[in-house]
Design a protein around this ligand. Structure first.
Ligand code: 4AD
Ligand code: MG
Length: 449
């Protein structure tokens, strides 16, 4: 059913419409195909709340206004039955509210499939536990709340793609089966690959570096996998990451890119998704004022702030989730922490020339306790240094020969970052856990549905 696509029905003016567009059809007859969201019936009147994926609309069936068979069908409808309803679109009377301001006075109704009353839709308006809802994820997606979250996700992704496309980046698709680790061996998923072993990608970065030498500015956007044993509200085993890589860019250049990206995503979501954010009861004020520049702290400054707030962090370790929350809580916008100790980070980070024990790396931490949403930095260019780091990290050097070729043939400075889509969606939507930010979440304990 295309937006605004109109089909002349039998017997004259009849348009098949999307609920989102219903207000434009006021006073006319229209048909909506959808599902029954709620049902309330009195003796002579039945209220149906329909959903069609574009919105919710109330349809009213009056016993006197429809053939007896239509009234009977309407009465027997059960939650989530699929149906086609025809009627006149009317403005809702003064004093009543309705989404879009219109409702339908039903003249005809066809049940496509009636959910049998003996086996009703498992998710009723009553409260259900989270594990039950996750088991029913294939059906739970239909709820207003999940619908709103995934519409915001769609907008975040569209804004992200648009951001890079408008700036002359080329999209490159990086492989999912890979021969080696990018982000460390402890979170690798191993899969049998004919007579050898393969690993599910942790990041497209190394391939983006190759592509940056071919195209200048590139980005990859795809699923990435981490065998994290973490049970935190920020970790999935499968998540989507967008990763720009920019030839001749410095750490500072990609931090500016990251700030602009986040600001553009926010402005687009606030502009296009305010009704979805309202469905989620998301306070929009904290998101509205966010604009570059974001505050910047060195890792050293971050550690001393954290110590003064009672954290037991020691110089040299990565920030834990609680540290990130504590730190980000000091600011009303995302905060950048840069120059982490090299020992806490991946093998490919360029050391700071003025202080080789720290890397030209940075993370962007979201406000309101959502933690790291972006991680990246400047890539090491020295062939010798990279060979040494690969050895120190216990990585199989043969698997990195192709990567080292990038330092042998037209070596060039370059930088990039990765942004986790679910973390961004969780923050913007104000979710308790990233698992609601992806259609079918994969976590340490969940592989179904
Ligand atoms: O910080 P990470 O591990 O960085 C990289 O993978 C780099 N190679 C990216 C690059 O420079 N091209 O991951 C980047 C982002 C994190 O900031 C976070 O938003 C997200 O990916 N992320 C996760 N999201 C959900 N579940 C997990 N287990 C995640 N691990 C990382
Ligand atoms: Mg990181």
């Amino acid at each position: 059913m295309g937006d605004g696509e109109e089909n002349a029905g039998e017997g004259g003016v009849m348009a098949e419409i999307a609920i989102r567009d219903a207000a434009h059809h006021e006073g006319n007859s229209a048909t909506i195909r959808g599902w029954l969201y709620h049902h309330r019936s009195g003796g002579k009147i039945i209220f149906l709340v329909l959903r069609d994926g574009t919105g919710l609309m109330q349809a009213i069936v009056l016993r006197n206004a429809v053939p007896p068979d239509v009234f009977r069908q309407a009465k027997e409808l059960t939650q989530e039955s699929s149906l086609e309803v025809t009627g006149i679109i009317r403005r809702v009377p003064e004093g009543k509210t309705a989404p879009g301001g219109v409702e339908m006075e039903v003249t005809d109704l066809k049940t496509i499939q009636r959910v049998p009353a003996e086996r009703p839709f498992p998710i009723s308006p009553k409260e259900h536990g989270i594990e039950f809802l996750l088991d029913q994820r294939h059906l739970w997606l239909r709820s207003s709340r999940q619908h709103a979250i995934l519409k915001v996700r769609h907008e975040v992704i569209a804004a992200t793609r648009n951001f890079f496309d408008q700036r002359g980046f080329t999209l490159v698709d990086t492989p999912i089966f890979t021969p080696a680790a990018c982000e460390g061996t402890t979170t690798l998923f191993e899969v049998p690959y004919f007579d050898e072993k393969a690993y599910l990608t942790q990041s497209g970065q190394l391939y983006n570096e190759a592509a940056a030498a071919a195209f200048g500015k590139v980005y990859s956007f795809g699923p990435t996998f981490r065998a994290e044993k973490s049970k935190t509200r920020r970790h999935l085993t499968e998540f989507w990451m967008v990763e720009p890589e920019v030839g001749h860019a410095t750490l500072e250049d990609i931090l500016v890119l990251a700030e602009d990206l986040i600001s553009e995503i926010l402005s687009r979501v606030l502009g296009n998704c305010s009704s979805h954010l309202a469905t989620l009861n998301r306070e929009m004020e904290p998101l509205r004022g966010i604009a570059p520049p974001f505050p910047r702290l060195t890792y050293d400054e971050a550690v001393s702030i954290l110590k003064s707030k009672g954290s037991d962090i020691e110089w040299g370790s990565d920030l834990g989730g609680a540290d990130e929350t504590l730190l980000a809580g000091q600011f009303d916008r995302p905060v950048v922490v840069h120059r982490y100790p090299s020992e806490a980070k991946a093998f490919y980070m360029e050391p700071d020339p003025h202080r080789p024990e720290v890397a030209l790396s940075a993370d962007v931490l979201a406000p309101e306790g959502y933690g790291e949403i972006i991680g990246g930095g400047q890539r090491a260019t020295s062939l010798e240094f990279l060979c040494q780091r690969i050895r120190e990290h216990g990585l199989p050097s043969e698997a990195f020969e192709w990567y080292l070729d990038l330092r042998r043939y037209g070596n060039f400075p370059h930088s990039g970052f990765g942004m986790g889509i679910e973390r961004v969606v969780a923050w913007i939507c104000g979710l308790e856990h990233v698992r609601e930010a992806i259609p079918f979440p994969r976590t340490i304990y969940r592989l179904t549905p």
